[in-house]
Design a protein around this ligand. Structure first.
Ligand SMILES: Cc1cc2nc3c(=O)[nH]c(=O)nc-3n(C[C@H](O)[C@H](O)[C@H](O)COP(=O)(O)O)c2cc1C
Length: 235
């Protein structure tokens, strides 16, 4: 099984998203998957020009020359793709959005069909598409912060059945905190992420227990407020 992660954080390996992706992939590897972690910030990804060349001029191929061609091939070769992004204004980062625009448009046949929800949609050019895992973290505390992001991810995939897991982490700034006292909490959460990676490879879904543990706050909200504001005051 091949799993490729696309991380849309501009902070790359220094970011909180990276911590989540790395641990998830470690668990997946341990369960036998071949994994690759791609940092979009290291890639040349031009903006979609909206020329529809990939539909009408060179069907299935973008007219722009940059890293997207290789990334698109990696996407299609995967059994599972992880889209990972920090929450920016309740949404993907611009980097991730730019990537998704460029990734998907050449996959679509310009004709219009009625989809399974009874809505107009474009058919896909390829029969085999990967399944998905979505990963995100954000600066605020509550898991409800991810509601819009989840909705947006669901809009871009063909069917909700293609989504194997959504792993979201409020209080995300804590993931890269170095303080000694916090390390046991972090270590527990990382272990949970590795367990999630393993379960996805072995069962193609999260167990109810893992899914529920992943939703719990790292620390109580009142403590989170205290630590966050103290850290800010000390900067
Ligand atoms: C431009 C910008 C917009 C952000 N918008 C939100 C937001 O809407 N909600 C939130 O909880 N955090 C928001 N954040 C905080 C990030 O989600 C948070 O810092 C996250 O840990 C960054 O992940 P990274 O280190 O992987 O880049 C925003 C940060 C930036 C820079």
């Amino acid at each position: 099984m091949k799993i490729v992660a696309f991380n849309g954080s501009p902070r790359g390996t220094g970011g909180n998203t990276h911590v989540m992706v790395e641990e998830f992939l470690k668990g997946a590897e341990k369960a036998g998957a071949e994994t690759e972690n791609i940092l979009l910030t290291k890639k040349e990804i031009k903006h979609c020009q909206g020329c529809f060349g990939c539909w009408l001029k060179t069907p299935g191929k973008c007219v722009l020359d940059d890293d997207l061609e290789v990334l698109r091939a990696k996407f299609l070769e995967s059994d599972i793709v992880v889209f990972a992004t920090p929450l920016y204004l309740s949404n993907f980062t611009g980097l991730m959005k730019n990537f998704l625009d460029r990734l998907y448009l050449p996959f679509l046949d310009p004709h219009i069909k009625m989809d399974e929800k009874g809505e107009t949609a474009h058919p896909l050019r390829y029969a085999k598409f990967p399944k998905y895992v979505f990963i995100s973290n954000c600066g605020f505390a509550e898991q409800t912060q991810f509601e819009l992001l989840s909705r947006l991810f669901r809009e871009i995939v063909e069917s909700d059945d293609d989504i194997l897991a959504e792993i979201y982490r409020g209080e995300g700034g804590l993931l890269t905190v170095k303080e000694e006292a916090f390390q046991p909490i972090l270590s527990n959460y990382k272990e949970l992420l590795r367990k999630a990676g393993k379960e996805i490879v072995e069962n193609r879904k999260l167990s109810e227990e893992t899914a529920s543990e992943l939703e719990k706050p790292l620390i109580p909200y009142d403590m989170f407020l205290k630590i966050s504001n103290k850290t800010l005051d000390e900067l």
